[in-house]
Design a protein around this ligand. Structure first.
Ligand code: GCU
Length: 593
């Protein structure tokens, strides 16, 4: 899915600003043609922290805004694009239903060419963020054992972050010509010192047109024309893309009829390869190690709303601490965040919104369908970004047969056979196949908390595990926990022989709380915990990534293990101030600079 842009053939306006919202707790509806009054609401942003009384409200809410059609747009194709609405969106324009979309954090578009008026258009969006077992991510499971962590927080999520909802990223109106470029796929390869850029485009014209590709940058200015919309360019002595040198080229695509430009689209591309070889992860043919974090799009007042200054700030923190990567936990991040990763040089594990999955009824078939929808939407959105190096199918799905969990590992770590539910194995087999079919160029991973008994590790290219030995287990005993985890990681490697990433490890740390000797929740404990984990992980060559949980403290539901409804595992506070551990990690990752 192309991101809208302004050019000699395309126009765009952003409807960000102050809209009106009317909450509809009885879900009476009837506001498709607008409503009087309502409350002021900022878009983009979650509604939960903007309006005090609505912090925990996840039910129906109706948004509305008005706009006029900019001069000169009539005669073009005109679209409305919602970059993210969480969780369920239904949209009307001037009282006419445009359609609906389920799932936050991924864009959806409506063609409004035949419905938009010249003046005084009324755009109405019904949104709800309700928790339900047949949604992804699921909720309202009341802590059922075997399909959740056994506690019912409020709101009752099956995941550990606050279920912010609303129109959380920009709503854009944009045009394309009647005959337009509709998709671009860029696949790069390396041949010796040359870069290979394979291009494939589609367009909406009914008649065959010429597609002209122009690639510029780093001393080159190459053009090639194609009657099929496909072409391959060789770049001699290519400036490859990597975190150290995020070299980008400018690609201009023109659709031409009789030499006249009908439509144009421009994007930045990076020439790089990513591959798994044995138990190594190779970037441009060289082993790479991912140093970074799980994060959240989370900040006071805006909730999960797009906040460009926060993106700049967080990339500054990542640079300062010596990180080169992050996972988009536990949902796709904004397109702005991914675009900057291309420009600044960060490696992204791009994760779908599939967190807290379980594989029994209620709702199994619908959850599986939603997971596939998200995989399609995510790959369609992010497939051309050099920073995106891996797709993550899910975070911590509850795949184990409950009884198996009781005899997880015996003391001598003899693995419990066949602990995964058949439904889970089937689901992830299909999802891994779908991801590879849509994008054969990137490795696929699954982030598990089950461990060596996670049978779906068989279907992925990279094994990812979250572990908190020394926190949730072996509490207060970091050394014991690290030794146990070290043996488990070795066991997983013996069993699967694939590259391994510890995708989460960390401790809740109250800023300013100190203890000597280190004690849980103290800053000293976080320093000791992370130091011992990093030393152990560095000792294993097949460990290709270490992602600390979390970059920053973040808001959660209310629950007995979340003081003040926060997860305090950040190495920075929620307002981005460093704890002691940030300084220690910086030394460890920047080789004691
Ligand atoms: C899990 C989960 C995170 C959660 C973390 C924690 O691993 O993936 O979303 O925040 O544990 O308990 O802190």
């Amino acid at each position: 899915m192309l991101y809208p842009q302004v050019s000699s053939t395309r126009q765009m306006i952003d409807l960000s600003g102050f809209w009106r919202i009317r909450f509809d707790p009885e879900d009476e509806g009837g506001f498709e043609s607008g409503f009087d009054g309502g409350e002021v609401i900022a878009v983009p942003a979650s509604w939960n922290d903007q309006i005090n009384e609505r912090r925990d409200y996840l039910g129906a809410a109706w948004y509305q805004t008005r706009f006029a059609l900019p001069w000169g747009w009539r005669g073009q194709r005109i679209f409305a694009r919602f970059n993210s609405v969480n969780y369920l969106a239904e949209v009307w324009l001037n009282g006419q239903r445009l359609g609906a979309h389920e799932g936050g954090h991924l864009p959806f578009v409506f063609d409004i060419t035949d419905r938009v008026l010249d003046e005084d258009n009324l755009l109405v969006v019904r949104v709800d963020g309700l928790m339900a077992p047949d949604r992804v991510p699921p909720g309202s499971l009341a802590g059922k054992p075997g399909i959740s962590f056994g506690r019912a927080d409020y709101p009752d999520t099956n995941f550990d972050f606050f279920p912010y909802c609303g129109i959380q990223r920009p709503v854009l109106l944009y045009t394309t010509p009647q005959d337009a470029i509709t998709d671009v796929t860029v696949i790069t390869d390396i041949n010796g010192t040359d870069g290979i850029v394979n291009l494939k485009t589609t367009h909406s014209a009914g008649t065959p047109l010429v597609t002209r590709f122009v690639l510029q940058g780093h001393g080159i200015d190459q053009a090639v024309e194609s009657a099929t919309g496909e072409a391959s360019l060789t770049v001699n002595n290519a400036a490859l893309w990597s975190p150290e040198s995020p070299n980008l080229y400018q690609l201009r695509i023109e659709l031409r009829r009789d030499g006249e430009v009908v439509d144009g689209y421009s994007l930045e591309i990076g020439i790089r390869t990513i591959a798994v070889e044995g138990d190594r992860l190779l970037l441009n043919g060289e082993p790479i190690k991912l140093l970074g974090f799980g994060r959240h799009e989370d900040f006071p007042v805006v909730g999960k709303g797009l906040l460009p200054a926060l993106i700049v700030k967080d990339y500054g923190l990542l640079r300062w601490i010596g990180a080169n990567s992050f996972r988009t936990t536990h949902y796709p991040y904004s397109e702005q965040m991914v675009q900057l990763a291309d420009q600044l040089g960060y490696l992204i594990i791009d994760e779908t919104p599939a967190v807290g999955l379980f594989f029994t009824e209620p709702g199994l078939e619908k959850r599986n369908a939603l997971c596939k929808q998200y995989i399609r939407e995510l790959i369609d959105r992010d497939k051309n970004h050099p920073s995106v190096i891996m797709w993550s199918l899910a975070n911590e799905p509850h795949t184990a047969e409950p009884e198996a969990r009781q005899t997880y590992y015996s003391q001598d770590f003899t693995v419990v056979e066949h602990s995964s539910r058949a439904e889970a194995v089937q689901a992830f087999k299909e999802q891994a196949e779908l991801a590879r079919a849509l994008d054969p160029t990137r490795p696929v991973t699954l982030v598990s908390h089950e461990g060596a008994t996670e049978e779906s590790f068989a279907f992925v290219d990279v094994v990812s595990l979250n572990r908190y030995n020394g926190w949730y287990t072996e509490s207060g005993q970091i050394e014991v926990g690290v030794q146990r985890l070290s043996r488990e990681i070795d066991l997983i490697h013996q069993r699967y022989g694939k590259p391994f990433i510890l995708t989460e490890f960390g401790t809740d740390t109250i800023p300013g709380h100190h203890a000597e000797p280190p004690e849980m929740f103290s800053e000293e404990y976080q320093v000791e915990f992370l130091s011992q984990y990093i030393a152990m992980l560095n000792s294993k060559p097949f460990v290709v990534g270490q992602h600390i949980w979390n970059l920053c403290d973040f808001k959660t539901s209310q629950g007995v293990i979340r003081m003040g409804s926060y997860n305090y595992k950040g190495v920075f506070t929620r307002d981005r101030r460093p704890k002691l551990a940030a300084h220690r990690v910086r030394k460890l990752w920047r080789n004691n600079e």
